[in-house]
Design a protein around this ligand. Structure first.
Ligand SMILES: CC(C)(COP(=O)(O)OP(=O)(O)OC[C@H]1O[C@@H](n2cnc3c(N)ncnc32)[C@H](O)[C@@H]1OP(=O)(O)O)[C@@H](O)C(=O)NCCC(=O)NCCS
Length: 269
């Protein structure tokens, strides 16, 4: 999927561009936003077309733990007609803040009859492969994966968000950023101009990426970290909390501190 916002083209690779503040297409009433974003914010005409097709009116959240609470915060009052959760089998029949847990992973194929879109609400700290596995499994059953942006986050109209991206409360995504498939841009984090996140990256709460930073596949930038402009962080990297990253970081390492140093290797897991 590759949609435009205000005539601008999103970045490469399955991007959905956000913005188009003057477009009201796809709204279902005063309090409802476009179902593509599910956030209550108005979106571009292209999003409106997808919204009219009803692709995202029923949402299944995959994972009912802590990160799910942040995702629920972002969609309250949005356009989803029905929201439910799958979690561990033992949690079926319970609820998370009133949202029912309707089954477990094994029920994904059956639940596809009722839910058109899904979202991976399982979090990660370095262990990104479980999120990838859930995504691939559900995508194979035909669920749509759309970005979810908290209404109190700011996403530039010149930024592009790929499928399944989460942008949490108070996060900022500035111009010409490209956020890859299934990334988490968590609460209060900042991506300044021209940052590029590869798929399955997690920018943890309060972390700040100065301009033109790139982060490789599956990497985690720890809470409260600061990454200097023009830095490249490799694939499968775990940056510890509160780090100050002033040099490029190679693939497959755990690194932390001020200045941030490579501490040890990291398995591809
Ligand atoms: C980097 C990290 C993975 C290291 O975890 P770990 O291997 O279990 O390390 P430990 O907790 O055993 O700590 C080992 C030592 O490193 C130090 N250390 C750990 N993380 C550190 C960090 N980010 N900065 C500086 N020192 C750190 C510990 O204080 C400890 O020092 P000590 O031996 O002198 O007591 C972890 O501390 C971290 O920062 N995880 C990211 C958390 C995050 O971003 N959470 C957001 C969730 S949304």
């Amino acid at each position: 999927m590759h949609l435009r916002a205000n005539g601008r083209t999103g970045s490469e690779g399955g991007a959905i561009a956000m913005g188009g503040e003057d477009c009201a297409v796809g709204r279902e009433g005063g309090e409802m936003g476009c179902a593509v974003c599910g956030t209550g914010r108005e979106v571009c005409e292209d999003c409106g077309e997808a919204c009219k097709a009803g692709r995202a009116s029923d949402l299944l959240l995959l994972g009912g733990g802590g990160h799910c609470l942040s995702v629920l915060e972002a969609i309250y009052g949005g356009a989803y007609r029905r929201v439910a959760i799958v979690d561990l089998p033992a949690r079926a029949g319970t609820a998370v803040h009133g949202v029912p847990v309707v089954g477990c992973d094994a029920d994904l194929q059956e639940l596809r009859r009722e839910f058109g879109s899904a979202f991976v609400s399982l979090g990660s700290v370095g262990n990104w492969r479980r999120r990838e596995e859930l995504f691939r499994r559900a995508a194979a059953f035909g669920y749509a994966f759309l970005p979810i942006v908290h209404p109190k986050a700011n996403v530039s109209r010149y930024a592009a968000l790929s499928e399944g991206v989460f942008v949490g409360m108070g996060a900022q995504v500035n111009a010409d950023c490209a956020v890859g498939l299934m990334c988490i841009v968590n609460t209060g984090s900042v991506l300044d101009h021209e940052c590029t996140l590869s798929p399955f990256v997690h920018i943890a709460p309060g972390a700040a990426l100065c301009g033109h930073v790139t982060v490789g596949l599956g990497s985690h930038v720890g809470a409260g970290s600061v990454v200097r402009q023009n830095i490249a962080i490799g694939e499968n990297v775990l940056i510890g909390v509160g780090s100050v990253v002033t040099r490029d970081i190679p693939d497959n390492v755990v690194a932390y501190g001020n200045p941030c140093r490579v501490i040890r290797g990291k398995e591809w897991s």
